[in-house]
Write a protein that binds this ligand. Structure first.
Ligand SMILES: CC(C)(COP(=O)(O)OP(=O)(O)OC[C@H]1O[C@@H](n2cnc3c(N)ncnc32)[C@H](O)[C@@H]1OP(=O)(O)O)[C@@H](O)C(=O)NCCC(=O)NCCS
Length: 170
């Protein structure tokens, strides 16, 4: 039987921070380097821990983590950031649902879905009106299933990206 997966905040589970930062670097190295913030993994991980490690549900800086209940393995993470396209000041929405990542061993088990739902709830609790994200074409349909709608398509780095928004309040 598959082990139960549970959710918490990164600030309560800093034991996952280095692995989460490292996986994030591997997944988004090109984007991170393009934005010219970090050229190598360790400074990025240090920033990741510094930036995402403190929120405990009372601010958008709260990183949501998923992990296995018994064996305490890192499974996934997602956060909000103020600016997720720094090189594109023409696209100045905020806040962005970002850094959504599920460990390859645990994909397609609805953990990504669980993290997105937790982040939407966090934003609702904080009375945020609208949240944004950008994604590549293959995941647009998936994000639509949470009620995100496309607002623009633009070329970024090496392919088109879709900027999507979800209104949380009328
Ligand atoms: C995107 C990601 C977070 C999804 O997490 P997950 O836990 O595997 O997703 P879930 O199990 O909740 O949802 C699975 C559903 O989403 C869709 N989906 C998930 N990953 C997909 C992908 N790579 N391409 C297309 N559809 C995908 C499918 O429709 C799938 O439905 P199915 O189970 O009926 O096949 C995960 O694949 C990941 O970490 N990818 C690498 C990082 C990334 O791309 N993050 C998103 C940046 S915008």
């Amino acid at each position: 039987m598959e082990e139960e997966i549970v959710y918490g905040t990164l600030s309560e589970h800093m034991e996952f921070a280095v692995e989460a930062g490292s996986l994030s670097w591997k997944e988004w190295k090109r984007e991170v380097q393009f934005e010219e913030k970090y050229e190598s993994e360790q400074p990025y991980i240090d920033w990741f821990i510094e930036d995402y490690g403190y929120g405990s549900g009372d601010s958008l800086k709260t990183a949501i983590v998923a992990f296995t209940k018994e064996t305490k393995k890192f499974v996934g993470i997602g956060v909000f950031v103020k600016d997720d396209l720094k090189s594109r000041p023409d696209i100045n929405f905020s806040p962005w649902l970002a850094n959504l990542l599920v460990h390859p061993d645990f994909r397609r088990r609805k953990v990504g879905t669980g993290i997105v739902h937790k982040l939407i709830q966090l934003a609702k609790d904080l009375k945020i009106d609208t949240i944004y994200l950008w994604t590549r074409t293959d995941k647009v349909k998936w994000y639509r299933s949470f009620g995100f709608e496309e607002i623009l398509v633009t070329f970024y780095l090496f392919s088109d990206i879709h900027v999507m928004k979800k209104q949380l309040r009328e």
